[in-house]
Design a protein around this ligand. Structure first.
Ligand SMILES: [Zn+2]
Length: 337
């Protein structure tokens, strides 16, 4: 089995952080996306790298009026309303200059038009599956909107999903499967990455998560294709993440080098051992230092190119991984009889 390089991107603009960051302070960063996303796509295209873009459904919408018409039949009744994007929209509005923090239909179109890129979903409303008050029915209503929108805007449904803040539980995986999702990104196997709610981020977890970028602490980040699990033996593949690509930090140039060196080393381990390496990040984080971040990305893609030449490593979208695993498991079943 050859090795796989998987990239998934949580593309969300302000929908991803409305509960904890000031919109005005981040406008500049969101505006940068107008050229940073096309620049990222150009790099992916140049190096033949496929990425799965888990886009917040709301980004595909033109404006506040259209968005209002798409509010799901059942919205999540979070006990703490600050996690509700519907509550946020009601209190803060989504129009005028602020619209650029919430809607990016042209960028979504650019993603779809770029060869090899997969349009996936990060839910319609940046939905939190582990927050108190909401339930799987509200999640189902959210995903229904996602699929209606995807069909209306692109002509076909999406089949891969990334859970906001990586929060999920088995009942929500069932909902995904019912809405035609065949691949989800799951957390790395280490304990400090297990799925937890927004309020539940203990200091120790945070220290471990941050430290893990620089020093090896947990299990290996690469994993064999055969280790991926089908949810309850069904048609929904759980694809673990290997590593979060953290944002460029101008204050600590040596740390940037250690961080990147580690990713290159892990990619090489996967390539040499016929394993999968799944890198993910938020495109928005490139907005703070776009040139440096794009340069770092190009370094990673160049490294992939070398691994492709030397070890036959391949670039796959999440949907392609699900297809491949499905073919493999059919073959295994066939040979078992
Ligand atoms: Zn997110």
């Amino acid at each position: 089995m050859s090795s796989l390089f998987i990239i998934s991107l949580d593309f969300e603009l302000h929908w991803g952080v409305f509960d904890k960051r000031d919109r005005e302070a981040r406008m500049q960063c969101y505006r940068q996306m107008e050229w940073v996303v096309p620049a990222m796509l150009k790099l992916f295209d140049r190096y033949g790298v496929k990425a799965t873009w888990a886009v917040v459904g709301s980004l595909m919408v033109e404006n506040e009026a259209e968005w209002q018409s798409l509010v799901p039949e059942k919205v999540p009744a979070y006990t703490n309303t600050r996690y509700s994007s519907f509550h946020y929209a009601e209190m803060n509005g989504l129009r005028g200059a602020a619209a650029a923090a919430h809607f990016a239909p042209d960028l979504v179109k650019a993603i779809i038009d770029c060869p090899g890129q997969e349009l996936a979903t990060h839910t319609f409303s940046h939905y939190y599956c582990l927050e108190a008050g909401q339930d799987p029915e509200a999640f189902s209503a959210d995903l229904q909107r996602v699929q209606e929108l995807a069909i209306r805007k692109t002509g076909r449904p999406v089949t891969s999903l990334v859970f906001p803040r990586n929060q999920y539980a088995p009942a929500y995986l069932d909902v995904c499967a019912r809405h035609g999702i065949t691949a989800v990104r799951t957390n790395p196997a280490n304990w400090f990455w297990t799925s937890i709610g927004n309020e539940d981020t203990s200091i120790m977890r945070r220290i471990f998560r941050t430290g893990d970028v620089f020093i090896p602490m947990g299990a290996k980040s690469a994993y064999p294709l055969e280790s991926m699990q089908w949810h309850q033996g069904g048609n929904l593949l759980c694809i673990p993440a290997s590593r979060l690509l953290r944002q460029y930090d101008p204050a600590l140039p040596w740390m940037n080098n250690i961080r990147l060196h580690r990713i290159r080393r892990e990619m090489e381990y996967a390539a040499r051992n016929g394993q999968c390496y799944h890198l993910w990040w938020h495109p928005e984080n490139f907005g703070f230092h776009p040139q440096e971040s794009l340069q770092e990305l190009e370094g990673i893609l160049q490294h992939f190119h070398i691994l492709q030449q030397r070890f036959g490593m391949e670039s796959f979208t999440m949907a392609e991984v699900a297809n491949l695993c499905s073919i493999e498991s059919q073959r295994d079943k066939g040979s078992a009889h």
